[in-house]
Design a protein around this ligand. Structure first.
Ligand code: BGC
Length: 883
């Protein structure tokens, strides 16, 4: 091939380092660099790439990269591990890439993007953990401490980075200005082992002369005393360097935050706050004492995922006064976050803000389902004019807020809701002509966002908000369809791996606050499901390689116990199901699912010995399930519940000759016994819908989704839901009845796969090959689904046309698909009632009577396939018309 250096064609875009855009503060010596190609001409490919890394943009521009130059690598791969000169701590690097396409045409260089390293070794910190001195703490047992230190800077900084962490949520201010956008930092994890820190670029935050750094630490997820650590690394304009860090010379005093708790809320008395906390002063007052240093067990590790931030602000939709002295704000959406208060009240006025998801009949808030969480923020006004306040170290799950003790009439600006969660980058979209389906999709997305607080949580409102592993894996694939989850889930896989004990047992919750270890298999299977799904979505085998030994150890720990008739207890069964399914059966199916995943993972990392080993175990466990739980005469599993059919279908263990009869029994169970409703619970509903997709019963499944009668997602919408619930019924009591539980929101990606038609292949990873097969359901007239995949945009948009063909009986249809460079797809075009449809591409005949027209070079092959015409396509954008 001849190489042409002219810059035309596709370019590399979406450059990431460790799956993050321009990350500040990575601590891996060999980061992964990745990119994808801009969508371009049909059939284009990435034939080769060249990466350059340098310590300055100028070096890159002069093509003199001082760190790494790969030269031309003839590979289609879109991810490479850094292998240049050793990276240094606390250094900014820049990189760029150019690619060559299938014709040997080189792209332009991408714009340079940066990444900055933090500290590779913990002993580079040179900082001490500090906390409130013991005597002060004894007098102020719940108060948030404020730490303060002045610095004299002889000249301006050329570059400055601040590394911050806390045991408990912390915030830091430089001369009164908050450092960074992140909230509720540090990111949650297994604090006794790993404490994440955040790196900020503070190069422009200081002035020459005296400066004041202020730190505050609330309770967060820590049960112990709040502690704080910070290191500031400065390079001055004359290239001299200086380090400032926390130690016993810092001053400390109780802040105006009298208490702060994730569940209970925050109480602040603004009369206490003083300017001297934030600004340099000549003499500080006597309330300050020197901070105490403390040893902390966890290892400091750089945060490896996006921060928690305020994502959007919502104004109240309705303000009412259900009772004298009570004002009720309805934000119209169940969110995770808190409120910003803007008032002009007399000094000493104590305002109470109580949060809830639900209302009582009299229009006041109903907090019964929060259990012991008070979810109340209290603010005592300073007086003298308008004051704004927002709690710092708590968040709530709510749609309604009730203010008490407010004098006068509130306005739209009195309270605004701040939506706060991990900044997940959106990458999915679904919409169709049915508003109910759109609302179900939107509720799922809201629920997922609300529940990502450094880790996937079960709910954002009651006294729980934990990393229950089943909740994490049930919605994992839907999350990967709709958000860029590579960094967040890579971090969560690390968190899970860290909790594994020496025998390979995993707990039910990560970080572990509840449950047992070993946990329920349907919960601990999260490790395998998330690792496998992440690999399928990204194609990044290093994720599996990194976790391989621990994944194997976990499944082996269960196989050994299985062999000894001692599997961990199936504690939760099909939690919250309306129709019970025997726990023993669920447990064995969960183990089989995990063994099957381990087999696939072994194959992906090319461990053939393990593939054979786990194939044998898969067969053994499958046979045992059939001999223990299969009733041959009645052609049914376990107790014949919906889940009893769904699991074996999903796991492919139904005896060959029985399939047709078993499917019939399954459908009969749904239609006759359950009257067309789902009856499954927490872990059973996803297998139910997966098995219905597998056997092609999509119309039935969709009627179960959209039924506005209990139980279904449609019922939730009919009852006014703006998120997905924990229970199928509308419950309000003091029990397990969260109205914002993201797990059953898995249905969002099920809709993208069925009506939207975009289906990731089981056999290939990273969207190398996928299927587009939209299901035209009921009276739908259009639908659109988009996934920004690891290879680029995949989309499918279909719409019925007003024109009718042929003989004016059947409506025509347009279908447009996008296939990114590096992918091929099997595109199933609905015949929509026609026996022999004609398909046009770009207005020209492309397929007719089972044949692809010879002139259509971009269509690899095509054939009739039941109600569809299946075309094999290479990348590109294709607009088809079915006539
Ligand atoms: C959580 C669930 C979780 C369960 C265990 C609940 O309290 O909210 O989502 O998976 O406990 O069954």
């Amino acid at each position: 091939m001849k190489f042409n250096m002219h810059s035309r064609g596709s370019i590399a875009i979406g450059l990431k380092v460790n799956a993050l855009v321009e990350p500040m503060g990575i601590d891996t010596r060999e980061p992964m660099l990745s990119w994808h190609m801009s969508n371009c001409a049909r059939g284009a490919e990435q034939y080769a790439y060249r990466v350059q890394v340098a310590t300055s943009i100028i070096a890159l521009r002069h093509s003199e990269p001082d760190m790494w130059d790969t030269d031309m690598i003839r590979e289609p791969s879109q991810c490479v591990k850094y292998a240049g000169a050793p990276l240094q701590s606390a250094t900014r690097y820049y990189w760029r890439i150019r690619v060559w396409d299938h014709r040997g045409v080189s792209s332009a260089w991408s714009d340079p993007v940066m990444f900055e390293t933090a500290m590779f070794d913990e002993d580079e910190w040179h900082a001490k953990w500090i906390r409130m001195p013991a005597d002060m703490r004894a007098k102020n047992p719940t108060t948030v401490p404020v730490f303060r230190k002045e610095l004299l800077m002889v000249r301006r900084a050329r570059w400055a980075a601040m590394y911050i962490s806390g045991l408990g949520y912390q915030e830091v201010y430089i001369n009164g200005v908050k450092v960074g956008e992140s909230l509720l930092d540090p990111c949650n994890g297994n604090h006794d082992k790993t404490i994440y820190y955040t790196t900020y670029d503070v190069s422009d935050a200081f002035r020459a002369g005296r400066n004041c750094i202020t730190g505050m630490v609330g309770q967060g997820w820590e049960s112990g005393e709040p502690a704080f650590i910070m290191k500031l690394h400065i390079i001055y304009s004359n290239d001299s360097e200086e380090i400032f860090s926390t130690d016993e010379t810092w001053d400390c005093r109780p802040s105006h935050i009298i208490s702060s708790s994730i569940y209970q809320g925050e109480e602040a008395d603004r009369r206490i706050e003083d300017n001297e906390w934030y600004q340099p002063v000549l003499h500080i007052s006597e309330e300050w004492e020197k901070a105490e240093t403390v040893e902390v067990p966890g290892r400091l590790v750089a945060r490896t995922q996006p921060a928690i931030e305020c994502i959007e602000t919502i104004a109240p939709k309705l303000i009412t006064q259900p009772q004298p002295g009570l004002w009720l704000f309805d934000f119209g959406q169940n969110i995770a976050g808190r409120c910003k208060l803007r008032v002009d009240c007399q000094g000493g006025t104590k305002l109470l803000m109580k949060h809830s998801e639900l209302l009582n009949y009299d229009g006041t808030i109903c907090t019964d389902n929060l259990r012991t969480a008070a979810a109340t923020d209290t603010y005592t006004c300073r007086g003298h004019g308008v004051e704004e306040w927002e709690p710092r170290f708590t968040y709530h799950g709510f749609r309604y807020v009730q203010i008490e003790n407010f004098e006068g009439t509130p306005t739209q600006r009195t309270l605004t809701a701040q939506v706060i969660h991990t900044r997940l980058e959106p990458k999915g979209y679904f919409s169709c002509s049915d508003p109910l389906l759109n609302k179900i999709y939107a509720n799922s997305i809201w629920g997922y966002r609300d529940n990502y607080h450094s880790i996937p949580t079960d709910c954002p409102q009651r006294d729980e908000r934990m990393g229950w592993l089943a909740d994490a894996h049930i919605a994992a694939d839907m999350a990967m369809h709709n958000f860029d989850m590579e960094a967040p889930f890579s971090k969560y896989l690390d968190d899970i791996a860290e909790t594994m004990n020496a025998d390979g047992a995993l707990p039910d919750t990560v970080p572990t606050y509840h449950g047992t270890q070993p946990g329920d298999i349907m919960w601990t299977i999260a490790y395998h499901i998330i690792a496998w799904d992440l690999y399928r979505h990204t194609g990044h085998v290093h994720i599996l390689e990194k976790h391989y030994d621990k994944l194997r150890l976990h499944v082996m720990s269960l196989i050994t116990r299985y062999d000894n008739y001692n599997l961990p207890e199936c504690k939760y069964g099909d939690w919250i199901a309306l129709e019970k399914t025997p726990k023993d059966f669920i447990n064995h199916c969960a183990l089989l699912q995990m063994v099957n995943l381990q087999k696939k993972i072994s194959s992906a990392v090319k461990n053939e010995g393990d593939v054979a080993f786990f194939s044998e175990w898969s067969e053994t466990i499958g046979k045992n399930i059939n001999s223990l739980h299969y009733n041959i005469n009645r052609c049914m599993y376990a107790n014949g519940s919906e889940l009893s059919y769904a699991l074996p279908i999903m796991l492919n263990i139904v005896p060959e000759g029985d399939y047709v009869r078993l499917e019939k029994n399954f459908i009969r169970q749904i239609n006759r016994v359950r009257e067309g409703h789902l009856s499954t619970g927490f872990v059973g509903t996803k297998p139910l819908f997966e098995s219905l997709m597998k056997i092609g019963e999509l119309d039935l499944a969709l009627s179960m989704v959209t039924d506005v009668n209990y139980p279904s997602w449609g019922y939730q919408v009919a009852m006014g839901a703006s998120t997905i619930w924990e229970l199928w019924n509308y419950a309000t009591g003091n029990d397990m009845n969260s109205h914002n539980h993201p797990a059953q929101g898995f249905i969002a990606s099920w809709l993208m796969q069925t009506i939207g038609g975009i289906r990731l292949d089981e056999e290939t990873a990273g969207w190398e090959h996928f299927t587009i097969k939209p299901h035209l359901w009921g009276n739908l007239t259009n639908a659109e689904s988009i996934v920004e995949t690891a290879k680029g945009r995949v989309s499918c948009k279909w719409e019925m046309l007003d024109k009718c063909y042929p003989d004016k009986k059947l409506r025509g249809m347009n279908i447009t698909v996008q296939i990114p460079i590096g992918s091929t797809a099997s595109v199933y075009i609905p015949k929509y009632g026609r026996r022999r449809p004609e398909i046009k591409l770009d207005g020209k005949r492309a397929y007719r009577s089972g044949r692809v027209m010879a002139s259509q070079k971009d269509i690899i092959s095509g054939c009739d396939s039941g109600n569809y015409v299946c075309l094999e396509l290479t990348n590109g954008t294709y607009e088809f018309e079915v006539i």
